[in-house]
Design a protein around this ligand. Sequence first.
Ligand code: ZN
Ligand code: CU
Length: 494
Amino acid sequence: MRYDTLIRGAWIVDGTGAEPFRADLAVRGERIVAVGALSEATADTVIDAHGRYLAPGFIDVHTHDDTNVIRTPGMLPKLSQGVTTVVVGNCGISAAPVTLSGDVPDPMNLLGRAEDFRYPSFEAYADAVDAAAPAVNVAALIGHTSLRSQAMGDFDRPADEAEILAMRDALRKALAAGALGMSSGLAYRNAFHAPQAEMRALVAEVGAAGGVYTTHLRDEFAGLIDAMDEAFDTARQGQAPLVISHLKCAGAGNWGGAPRALGKLEDAARHQRAHCDCYPYTAGSSTLDLGQVTDEIAIFITWSDPHPEQAQRALAEIAADWGVSLIDAARRLQPAGAVYHNMSEDDMRRVLAHPLAMIGSDGLPNDPHPHPRLWGAFPRVLAHYSRDLELMPLAEAIRKMTGLSAAQFGLTDRGVIREGGYADLTLFDLDTLEDVADYARPIAAARGIELVMVNGTIGYRAGAATGERGGRLLRRSERLSPQPTSSFTTEETP
Ligand code: ZN
Ligand code: CU
């Protein structure tokens, strides 16, 4: 048999959580066509993978790469980690269906400038992605704050009936055109005043279309548990599966809260389909938010529009230099970006290791001094947390970034290695694998990712992009049921 590509002798970690097994794998066109002992086979490209691990390409379920997949289609921060699909549109902010002029509402400014928002429909965005031919696949959520930006002139109030109808209509069209679902960012000031009734009306559209609802909770601090309750209730009423974004216990006063929060998630998951995503770091990052300014944790400024010279400095130092309070310094720096060291290592590890948690980087690609998660999240889970600290077996760590993710976001024929599946693949050397990016030097490719294939195209090899970009827009192709996932209920029912 002759194939396009043959990968010989790798340890295959198939994305289901099953033990790694040694096999050859053959690709023809965009698909995996054979897995097993293929010693007789030949191919145009043969890769000797003895001693290496071959996994499904990683799925970054939490990204803000919306405009970057078009503006910087090489997508090196993700491709170099072994990521083959990014889910954009998280935290309530998406590039579509949006057009903007003038000031970009917070935190939509994380995605770009006004001129980067030029996709009045989901189709327009999908066409732009396909025309850009990014190196990774792109699947897209519609952001609630983005819907608000098109339907409302001011954000510090609930949407009225006509505005809700306009948002529902825009959302319905985007879902019909292939959007995966809707995200919200209720903690941000431009969404915070949306009451649960507004969310329910929108999530009902998501449920009706068989999509997924993801939410950056209204409160990740002392009010975490209530905010989780709100999310479960909204999703249940709307008949939509739920993903809680970057689940965390933020703020020094809330450290140690992970067991309770995870218990809550498990309880909910027995009655409805509910999961979370998380990144393997104890600092968060976003726009600079006055509500999060405190002297209890370290806060670093990554960018500032009025004071670019203060970037890469601690907020406390800036305030001391200026002889003002932290909050006054923050006010002067806005709009700005920040890294908040606001989690405990123990809480973060518990969330990361939980069977309902997927890996999502939440990387911010437009930040000039980004949080290291942008370049390092996936190798860090595998190298630091699985290999070095043995927080979870390799196969489980891989499942949380492939099979589980594809299933929860409805990405058919991806996230697992099997005959007939798409050839999204990542080959790595577990001995040398290392996330290199850190807070001081965040722009750095990981070591140990040897080959990345997207839809059968080798996009990354020997530490560099090949220049062949195999990604495209992935439209939602299956209806997600809001019922609990069987794997979890059986695991937990004695
Ligand atoms: Zn968020
Ligand atoms: Cu986010």
